[in-house]
Design a protein around this ligand. Sequence first.
Ligand code: PGA
Ligand code: ZN
Length: 423
Amino acid sequence: TISTVHAREILDSRGNPTVEVDVRLDDDSFGRAAVPSGASTGTREAVELRDGEAGRFHGKGVRRAVDAVNGEILAAVRGLDALDQAGLDRILIDLDGTPTKSRLGANATLGVSLAVVKAAAASARQPLYRYLDAGSALLPLPLMNIVNGGAHADNPLDFQEFMIAPIGAESFFDAVRMGSEVFHTLRGALKKAGQNTNVGDEGGFAPDLRTAEEALTFVTQAIADTGYKPGVDIAIALDPAASEFFRDGVYAYAGEQRTRTVEEHVAYLVELAAAFPIVSIEDGVAQDDFAGWTELTRTLGDRCQLVGDDVFCTNPALLRQGIADGISNAVLVKVNQIGTLTETVSTVRIAQDAGYGVVMSHRSGETEDTTIADLAVGLACGQIKTGSLSRSDRTSKFNQLIRIEEELGEAARYAGRTPLRTA
Ligand code: PGA
Ligand code: ZN
């Protein structure tokens, strides 16, 4: 049973405060979890409670969420069975009492939810991935974000993420090795082209390129120059994060200094997918562009993974609706978009039951916490998106997956291209 719960403010990878929670059980088992934070957030995400207190962390303090954990939540969960995760999460949801967790904060509920499951796994003397599902030995295909744009960098690129996916790797470790090699080849190529090689929020390069074609050309060339076959050994995935540049019913490409109508924008994505070895596009259209989602799924859904991030916000009800509407064919899963582990698992199961792909995901603001690596394996997601091959907030997740693969030994299976059902 839970004996103590304690939250504090710590810093995330962007230097902003976030919530960290420690949980101790009466058998002295311990669990700790830190909450991530997004920059290009969906409008239907659970609420990340910020203090808005002038003169303290520029208003971004999370003392109210911390106080909620150390006060109300502690009082409600002390003495509960830590093995009953669904019961615990139900209490957190009911205690908050709002549909978006705006009273206590999803940053408060998520920190507690994840710290409790980690303490429970420790009590069961099992690594978290095994505690979640003793049978799962599926190491995810990583989508590695090596060029950053959009809200994650100060460059003109309109699209937020250009990722590489080592579909032909032999193992997860091999995938990381291949990714690292391409990352460094790309660095050399950018330098040679006179581009700056500073990195953005997720550890990918942030060159001053204006068009997606230019970035895709650099990435495809870097794959080939490293000695890999683009589309065979390593494929490409995009996250345009299109909600960020959808304005007044059109897509406003600031870097290209032009707009595209919904039809033109979808046609452009189709064009890119034909010209480059692209196997996955996340948020290709905006969260409120229902016509765009329908059209994109109709035209590209049979040959490209289409991942819904902002449009579903890891919300079981929104995902169910999207599946019924025939929108996308995969879901991005971000634990802090919904605020409890139980609801996260429910979203994953709904997707898996519908034959939708599942991509476990970090946020652009991360910490050293590696819980999502264990969730990716334990929930057999098949894919993970956790940034680039640099910066410890990103590589810590890859490194945890390397350890898990080693620990699983002969039982470990690397997903490779199999989760990309449509590719
Ligand atoms: P965010 O970006 O964490 O800044 O929201 C990640 C994404 O859009 O996938
Ligand atoms: Zn996204």
